[in-house]
Every structure is written in structure tokens, then in C-alpha cells.
Design a protein around this ligand. Structure first.
Ligand code: FAD
Ligand code: SF4
Ligand code: SF4
Length: 479
């Protein structure tokens, strides 16, 4: 009888790929997890119990066919596993690396609920797709037939690129416009290499270029080219510009030198990883080397900042957050990684101002405690009177979240409707905006969110655009 490869969760323990030693990985910007070896990936995939109603799949924003690719991996049929993974996800190797799996697919795995430890879905997705790249199974897009219609996509982040990929596979002519000199959006210039190495993103962009997607880079829509001009050139337009306006800190001294925005700090660091000339880094303005660094915020951006500062050679790195560990928005996995690398967390601490004359010398910190839960059930932080102190700092990084820019104002298109939060109003399923033929996806609609949700939006908008262009959408063939 053939060996039973699945349902191994009782005898095989959950294992994630090995992490590099903290003292070694803190010296570079390479990813911290090693790859599974083939037998380990097959063994871990074989822990899946092949649920009839897979909760992992329903909690994956892309509804990936997880049980199928796990079974194929356990059987050593890696190319087929890749084809299944690719058919629903534009960037499976990226999601496998950076999705917060504990809140999505893995957090809802029934094996986890039964106390055996979740199936390592993300790591297997990464393994399968990295193998596909190594083996040459990932090919440039070759549509069966070319179409004459063209679509202009503003923003080369995951939302825009997912739409570009889907439309190009259907033979549509696609042009992607971006204000940066490289495509990829926050996957390129926001998320640091120790979570997502840059060649992983660049390989995908090359695949799109080789498949006929045109990129117009260094082009800020609203400045270098008007939105109207883009609408005039294309049969449909997708807005995928993300959210970049930083929530600010008020209080005395908040304008001092050395208080910087997280997005500027991370962009400069990522540029350095590409080997670019970066004057703001070389001058020390956006470089933590030799400095006492304080990062303010408790989300994933704050986690990326503290871990970047460690790698740049900061003397000390502290993260101030006004709630406690249990109530922070950032992933617990990333907090643990940061602590291992030498970051100190100061919980229940909020800034009230900054000391120093021209350059910042310290953060004036108010101690907090958690009060009664509010309407959402979350405990609100309350001030503890008389418990203030100063945290010494030469570099303060503000990582308090992002808001949308005023797109209708900046692009002179007042008919483009926005919500009261300034995000673009778009239909929940088609992603159509108030302007005919204009769609919007990703963070500019959802507010700061996740790569996997931007991919989903981009794919759904592309499907709706195919209908709008006059041809019913069908499933996209896997490479
Ligand atoms: P973006 O990725 O922001 O791309 C928008 C693109 O539009 C950019 O390239 C920008 O240059 C371009 N653009 C903007 N305005 C214009 C204009 N006027 N003209 C031309 N181009 C323009 N998500 C995860 O799932 N996992 C993580 O680990 C994770 N870590 C993160 C870490 C950081 C530091 C940050 C900031 C975010 C992180 N996210 C993470 C969130 C994730 O990166 C975003 O949700 C996702 O990138 C949104 O995709 P998007 O396509 O909507 O926008
Ligand atoms: Fe899990 Fe993200 Fe992959 Fe979906 S895309 S299976 S949520 S890692
Ligand atoms: Fe397998 Fe877990 Fe998904 Fe069930 S929920 S199919 S056990 S990965």
C-alpha cells in the first residue's frame, strides 16, 4: 500500500525554517530565515489534514488552494504545487515571506486549534515558489492573443502590479506609471531586505517587463503627467498609489533636527541596499550608526525601523509604545525577532515633547497605564501623573501610521469621490470609482493594509476591467 503522506500532524511536530543567529543576522540586511530543505518541506506539508472545509483557505485573502498545494508538495510534485499556488496569487513567494500568517491562513488552521501547532503554510508557499524560480518554471507572460485596448496603472506597488499581471495575461496592453525610479512600491522601498530580499521583488518586475508590461518610472502623476492625460491615453485606468502621508507628532521641540519620518528613513536604507548614492544616508541625517535611536510607534513599520537601526550600527535602539505588548498592532513574531536582535521595548510610554536646542537630545516621555476598554473592547491608555522622564536620543523615528494624500486636489479631479478618511471610494467587488473606467485598489482604498489585500484588489479590478472592456473575464492560466 502506498505510504500515507498526509495527516502527519500527530507524529510530526511543527517546524519553521531555521532562523539565522541573531548576532550574525543583525550585521546584514539578508533575510533571517533559511530555506526548507526538500525533505523538510515535504514532511511539514504532510502535516495537513486535508480538511473538507479548509479554514486556512477561507481566511487567506486570495483564497489560495492551500490543501492542494500542500498535498502536491508532500508527494514531491513541486511543479504542480507551484502551478496551483501561482494560479490564485501573483506573488506567492512574497506572501509566503511577509504575510502575517498568524492572523490569516495559519491562525485559522484546524491543527492549530487542536493544539498540534499550525501547518507552516507560508513557509511551504515560499519554498515551492522559490524552487519554481530556481528550476526555471516561472516564465514571462505570453498571452494567447493580443488585444488593442490599453490600461494605464498609476502606482507600481503590489496592487498595481497584480492588476498589470492579470490584464497582460489576457493580452491587454498595460502601462504602469510610478514616481519612483524602481517599481515595487513598498515592497521595494518600504519593507526592509531582512524580511523581503530585493532581488525577489526585482525578479517579478523583470518577469512583467519581459511579458510586455511597459513601465514609465520617475513620473509623478499630477506633476510630470496629468491624470487627464493618462485617462485620454488609455481605455481604463487603475489608481494604486498607496498611502504615504505620515501621521505627525506635536509637542514642544517636535521640529528639531534628528526627528524623522519612518518612510524617509526606510526608503533611504533600502536605496543603500541597492547600492545607490544616498546623500541623506552618507551625511548621517538618515543613518543610525553610532546613535541612540528612539522609534515611536507599535506597528510593523516601527518594527522595521528598530531592526534597521540595529543593522546600521546604532548604539542603542528603543521602541516607545503607549499601550502594552498584548495590545500592540505589530506582529508578535516581529517583536520577538527585534528583541533577539537587541531592541529594547518601552511599553506604556508616550512622547509629550522633545529636548535639545536645534538637534534633538531626548524624548520627554509620559508613563501610561491601561484604562477601561472602549467601545471596540480595546483598553485606552491613560496618563500616570508625575511619572515623566527623558529618554536620551540622537535620532527619533516617527512610525505612527500613514494617511492618504489628497488625490482629487493634487490631480485636479474633484469628481473623484473620497471617503471621510480621504481614501478613494471604490466598489467593494469591482473596485470601480465614481469616474467611468477608473478603478482604485490597495492602500489608497483600504488605508494602510497588507500586500496580500492589495494583490487581491488588483486581481479583482483587472477582472472587472476585462468586463468593462467588453470581453467576459475567465480564469487566468497559470504559468
Ligand atoms: P504601495 O506599495 O504603496 O505602492 C504605491 C506606488 O504608487 C508607489 O510605488 C508610489 O511611488 C506610487 N505613487 C504614489 N503616488 C504616485 C503618483 N502621484 N504618481 C506616480 N506614482 C505614484 N504588508 C505586508 O503584507 N507584510 C509586511 O510585512 C508589511 N510590512 C510593511 C512595512 C512597512 C515599513 C510599510 C510601510 C508597509 C508594510 N506593509 C506590509 C504594507 C504593504 O507594504 C502595503 O499594504 C502594500 O504595499 C500596499 O500596496 P499598494 O500597491 O496599495 O501601494
Ligand atoms: Fe497565507 Fe498569505 Fe499565502 Fe494566503 S497568501 S496562504 S494568507 S501566506
Ligand atoms: Fe490543512 Fe490546516 Fe488548511 Fe486544514 S486548515 S487544510 S489542516 S492547512
Amino acid at each position: 500500500m502506498a505510504k500515507q503522506r498526509m495527516l502527519q500532524f500527530v507524529t510530526v511536530a511543527r517546524e519553521t525554517p531555521e532562523k539565522r543567529d541573531a548576532s550574525v543576522r543583525a550585521q546584514d540586511f539578508n533575510e533571517i530565515y533559511r530555506e526548507f530543505a526538500i525533505p523538510k518541506a515535504e514532511e511539514q506539508a504532510g502535516r495537513c489534514s486535508q480538511c473538507g472545509v479548509p479554514y486556512c483557505q477561507s481566511h487567506c485573502p486570495l483564497h489560495n488552494n492551500i490543501p492542494d498545494w500542500l498535498r502536491l508538495t508532500a508527494e514531491g510534485r513541486l511543479q504542480e504545487a507551484y502551478e496551483i499556488a501561482q494560479s490564485t496569487n501573483t506573488f506567492p513567494e512574497i506572501c509566503g515571506r511577509i504575510c502575517p500568517q498568524d492572523r490569516l491562513c495559519e491562525g485559522n488552521c484546524v491543527i492549530e486549534q487542536s493544539g498540534h501547532g499550525t501547518v507552516t503554510i507560508g513557509s511551504v508557499e515560499k519554498f515551492v515558489t522559490d524552487t519554481a524560480w530556481d528550476m526555471g518554471w516561472v516564465k514571462p507572460i505570453r498571452p494567447h492573443a493580443e488585444r488593442t485596448e490599453s490600461v494605464g496603472i498609476i502606482g507600481a506597488g503590489p496592487g498595481g502590479l497584480a492588476a498589470a499581471d492579470f490584464l497582460r495575461r489576457k493580452g491587454v496592453q498595460v502601462t504602469v506609471y510610478d514616481r519612483y525610479d524602481r517599481a515595487g512600491g513598498l515592497m521595494t522601498y518600504g519593507i526592509p531586505g531582512f524580511k523581503l530580499e530585493k532581488d525577489v521583488v526585482m525578479n517579478r518586475i523583470k518577469q512583467l517587463e519581459d511579458g510586455g508590461v511597459q513601465f514609465v518610472l520617475n513620473c509623478t502623476v499630477g506633476e510630470d503627467l496629468s491624470f487627464d492625460a493618462i485617462r485620454g491615453k488609455h481605455d481604463a485606468v487603475v489608481i494604486a498609489t498607496g498611502v504615504y502621508k505620515t501621521r505627525d507628532l506635536m509637542g514642544p521641540g517636535s521640529g528639531a533636527e534628528g526627528i524623522v519620518r519612518a518612510i524617509d528613513y526606510l526608503t533611504v536604507s533600502n536605496r543603500k541596499s541597492f547600492g545607490d548614492e544616498v546623500p541623506e544616508y552618507d551625511s548621517g541625517e538618515l543613518n543610525a550608526e553610532g546613535k541612540r535611536v528612539v522609534v515611536i510607534g507599535g506597528g510593523d513599520t516601527a518594527m522595521d525601523c528598530v531592526r534597521t537601526a540595529i543593522r546600521q550600527g546604532a548604539v542603542s535602539v528603543k521602541c516607545l509604545y503607549r499601550r502594552d505588548r498584548a495590545n500592540m498592532p505589530g506582529s508578535q513574531r516581529e517583536v520577538a525577532n527585534a528583541e533577539e536582535e537587541g531592541v529594547e521595548f518601552v511599553w506604556l510610554a508616550a512622547p509629550k515633547g522633545f529636548s535639545g536646542s536645534t538637534a534633538v537630545e531626548g524624548v520627554m516621555v509620559q508613563r501610561m497605564r491601561l484604562g477601561a476598554p472602549d467601545a471596540t473592547g480595546r483598553q485606552s491608555p491613560e496618563l500616570i501623573e508625575g511619572a515623566d522622564y527623558v529618554e536620551d536620543a540622537d535620532l527619533v523615528i516617527k512610525a505612527l501610521g500613514f494617511e492618504p494624500e489628497d488625490i482629487p486636489g493634487l490631480w485636479n479631479v474633484p469628481e473623484l469621490e473620497v471617503t471621510r478618511w480621504g481614501t478613494i471610494k471604490a466598489d467593494f467587488r469591482t473596485h470601480a470609482t465614481s469616474l467611468p473606467g477608473v478603478y482604485a485598489v490597495g492602500d489608497i482604498v483600504r488605508g494602510a493594509s497588507l500586500v496580500v489585500w492589495a494583490i487581491r484588489d488588483g486581481r479583482e479590478a483587472a477582472e472587472a476591467i476585462l468586463t468593462y472592456l467588453g470581453q467576459p473575464a475567465t480564469a487566468v492560466a497559470a504559468e
